[in-house]
Design a protein around this ligand. Sequence first.
Ligand SMILES: *[C@@H]1O[C@H](CO)[C@@H](O)[C@H](O)[C@H]1NC(C)=O
Ligand SMILES: *[C@@H]1O[C@H](CO)[C@@H](O)[C@H](O)[C@H]1NC(C)=O
Ligand SMILES: *[C@@H]1O[C@H](CO)[C@@H](O)[C@H](O)[C@H]1NC(C)=O
Ligand SMILES: *[C@@H]1O[C@H](CO)[C@@H](O)[C@H](O)[C@H]1NC(C)=O
Length: 265
Amino acid sequence: MMESKAAIILAAAVLAVLFAPALGQKSSPPAPAPMSLPPTPAPAPAPHYVDLAELLSVAGPFHTFLNYLEKSNVIETFQGQANNTKVGITVFVPKDSAFSALKQSTFSNLTADQLKTLLLYHALPKFYSLAEFKNLSSLNPVNTFAGSPYTLNLTDDMGSIYVQSMWSRPKIASSVYATRPVAVYALNKVLLPMQLFSKDPPLAPVPAPAPEPGASDAPGPAAGKAGGLTGGKGDSTSAARDTGAVGVASSLLLAAAAGCLILQW
Ligand SMILES: *[C@@H]1O[C@H](CO)[C@@H](O)[C@H](O)[C@H]1NC(C)=O
Ligand SMILES: *[C@@H]1O[C@H](CO)[C@@H](O)[C@H](O)[C@H]1NC(C)=O
Ligand SMILES: *[C@@H]1O[C@H](CO)[C@@H](O)[C@H](O)[C@H]1NC(C)=O
Ligand SMILES: *[C@@H]1O[C@H](CO)[C@@H](O)[C@H](O)[C@H]1NC(C)=O
């Protein structure tokens, strides 16, 4: 009896030592709370910084275009202009589905410089709100980031803004972001300048965008199943570990309960 009481007191002491840091940590969270207060005054008009890569990775899906921007480093050019809060930037971003309308070899046939030009062709080195585009039509052709021969014509048709390149004329599908100095507008088509695609339009003969969304949907559930399988494995191994841990934990809990009783006395 004496031995077991001693053991219980010892266990309680050990627990006290073990939990003391945990309690210390528990009392510390109130400290971060005041730290999280500053975001509240943040809405005050601070100089705007927009991380374009981050914006494009969460909006969209624009993964194909973002991938090209990052591989070619054109994202740096765009970000540099976005950081220029006086002039700003307007980027026309083709959705992932826009690329399925192109011939497979469209991008692989381009040299690195041509690919850069094509990407730069998708931006104007100035911020434009949608409202400003309505007036911009009088300024056509509009210079792009790609330089003087690479121009676009913007037209306002019954309130919809169309972006006219040589082989495509997509409508601005949506405004992804439009707060000075950064405007990002989604397009359903890739802009194709005459200078890069002079011979023939690089459009796929049969536009069949329907299977594409289905195909892109398929990996979702498949990935979900795979996740479920690994999750199951994880559960079984952790369960096996738990059975061992439960024994230790329950005896510690008993010891703790006993320790509390002793302390109350
Ligand atoms: C843009 O500004 C951010 C924040 O000031 C900075 O971290 C980033 O390096 C800048 N990027 C470029 C390309 O100028
Ligand atoms: C890419 O190059 C190949 C070989 O020269 C050609 O057959 C194909 O039509 C080209 N693709 C495009 C989109 O121009
Ligand atoms: C468009 O042009 C008209 C007439 O020139 C002007 O009154 C209006 O403010 C302009 N709108 C924008 C958004 O620039
Ligand atoms: C833009 O419009 C001008 C004048 O109408 C025309 O000459 C030019 O080819 C057009 N550019 C594009 C890319 O459609």
